[in-house]
Design a binder for this molecule. Structure first.
Ligand SMILES: [Zn+2]
Length: 314
């Protein structure tokens, strides 16, 4: 009996769990090492998925399962590409085709419209749409969390009109430029009818994830894919900090976790990891840490489960 229970527990552990959404930017373009992946490395990552039982599924399948309350499987991987760099069309698309892997490409509309040199044209985007889904990454690729509601609406309206005119369909998903967002951006994006919004906070997607705040992890040349695949979704509600502190001092962190949690880890860019006590599911800690980076990542962790928050200096 015990053995059966143990096997059952093991099966549940492996069968239900946390899917992972990844994002790539440039392919085989070593002018920008921090956002690039060589095609050789890309193939190594694809081989890893293949050899280790991962199933690369379309983003729509994950979002639909989440919205219908269906199981999210641990071996699901969703691949996305931000920014429609020409290098995807030139170097990346062929590898996706070779492996038969679905993808979603998020378009920076102004770059296609104005024919910026480094970006795919509408013609290339229409070609790409034959092999994967093509989605929306804003009109102007601005730091949108600094926009007023009117400015946000203007960007979506302009971008979506051009997108629909050129592509002939409405995009369903949106990714925030620079991974920066606030409540207002989420509300405006929802009002334009998107069925999921995806951030760039390291993490995973479980059945408790919010479809309008899906975690996504960036993959590049030196990423530790194995470690990223082990991350689980941590259901954490961040309370403080909500924005980058004006004086650059992170005074405190406050968050609500599940009541069983007794200890959590906290990572702050430039300040490393520390352990925090959790009381009645609440983390509340005075820190007074000096922030030395314009973009700071905060990670709360409980075992392999993580929740990330990104703060960006205005
Ligand atoms: Zn972008």
């Amino acid at each position: 009996m015990l053995r059966v229970l143990f096997l059952l527990a093991l099966w549940v552990f492996y069968a239900f769990g946390d899917a992972h959404i990844f994002v790539y930017h440039r392919f085989g373009d070593d002018r920008y090492p921090s956002t690039n992946i060589s095609t050789q490395k890309l193939k190594e990552q694809f081989d890893y998925f293949k050899e280790n039982g991962y199933e690369v599924i379309p983003l729509s399948r994950l979002v639909d399962a989440l919205k219908k309350g269906e199981e999210i499987l641990d071996n699901w991987v969703v691949l996305t590409i931000d920014d429609n760099y020409h290098s995807f069309y030139k170097n990346g698309l062929g590898v996706f085709k070779e492996y038969g892997y679905p993808f979603s490409l998020f378009v920076y509309v102004k770059a296609a419209e104005k024919k910026y040199g480094d970006y795919s044209s509408w013609d290339e985007l229409r070609e790409i749409a034959k092999f994967g889904s093509v989605e929306f990454h804003s009109y102007g690729h601005a730091h949108m969390s600094r926009f007023s509601k009117e400015e946000l609406e203007e960007d979506f309206k302009k971008g979506l009109e051009l997108f629909e005119k050129e592509m002939g369909f409405k995009p369903k998903y949106f990714t925030h430029p620079y991974g920066e967002f606030n409540e207002e951006l989420i509300e405006v994006a929802k009002s334009f009818g998107f069925s999921a919004l995806i951030n760039q906070n390291m993490g995973a997607v479980s059945s408790s994830s919010n479809p309008y705040d899906l975690d996504r992890t960036a993959l590049g040349e030196s990423s530790n894919l194995k470690e990223f695949l082990n991350y689980k979704y941590l259901n954490a509600k961040w309370i403080e900090p909500s924005i980058y502190p004006e004086d650059g001092i992170l005074k405190e962190v406050k968050a609500v976790l599940s009541s069983e949690v007794k200890k959590a880890g906290l990572y702050v860019t430039g300040n490393g990891w520390r352990e925090l006590e959790v009381k009645d599911g609440k983390v509340s800690k005075d820190l007074n840490l000096k922030l030395n980076h314009e973009r700071v990542r905060l990670i709360l962790s409980v075992g392999n489960s993580i929740s990330t928050k990104i703060l960006t200096k205005d």
